[in-house]
Design a protein around this ligand. Structure first.
Ligand SMILES: [Fe+2]
Ligand SMILES: [Fe+2]
Length: 199
């Protein structure tokens, strides 16, 4: 039977851990499909009070990125930038960042990780918050990319009449990104600033 002998990890044998390692490979390969299933499920989440679902917001943001000529790292990360909303609403940006971190350039992960603070520029003042908290990150090389991400793709994507592309149309790019070698230096390119494509 394809199960381990132990009930406590400390008692596992080499054979147990070889079996787990073998079974982990196809499981990890299924990550992209599980992400797609979660996004699909979020089509049923009503974003309380908003005119669009969580899925529609992600699709709309990613569609804008694609139509403006953004590269694959931007498009896939933009599709996923709010995937943590259902399970970690107060720190959903960091949750999404951890999902994409091994597979996209550092700049893109940083933008996903910090988009929550940068996004408050558009509404924080209505609650009496400091809408300029993004200035805490003024000296990051990725500051302007995050400003642009929020302005062009995130804050703009709550429109029920926008002609978004389908989730299926993003599946090949999402699968390609999650099939990359994790933490590949050639992908992560620490410190490199590409920015958003020029308008
Ligand atoms: Fe967000
Ligand atoms: Fe968002």
């Amino acid at each position: 039977m394809n199960v381990v002998s132990f009930t406590q990890m400390k008692d596992g044998t080499l054979e147990d851990y070889e079996l787990l390692h073998e079974l982990e490979v196809p499981y990890i390969a299924g990550t992209a499909d599980r992400l797609l299933a979660e996004l699909k499920r979020q089509g049923e989440d009503t974003l309380a009070g908003y005119k669009v679902s969580r899925l529609e917001h992600g699709l709309q943001s990613a569609t804008r990125a694609r139509r403006e000529g953004a590269d694959i790292d931007w498009v896939v990360a933009t599709l996923l930038h709010d995937i943590g909303d259902a399970l970690a609403p107060q720190n959903h940006d960091r949750m999404a960042a951890e999902i994409v971190r091994p597979f996209v350039r550092e700049e893109v992960t940083w933008v996903v990780e910090h988009h929550g603070i940068f996004q408050t520029y558009y509404f924080g003042h209505h609650y009496g918050w400091d809408r300029n908290r993004r200035e805490e990150h003024r000296y990051s090389p990725y500051y302007q990319s995050c400003v642009d991400f929020c302005a062009r793709w995130d804050q703009a994507s709550f429109d029920p009449d926008y002609p978004s592309l389908s989730l299926e149309s993003f599946a090949p790019q999402l699968k390609e990104v999650f099939a990359r070698k994790p933490y590949d230096e050639a992908v992560i390119r620490p410190g490199v600033v590409e920015g958003l494509p020029p308008l």
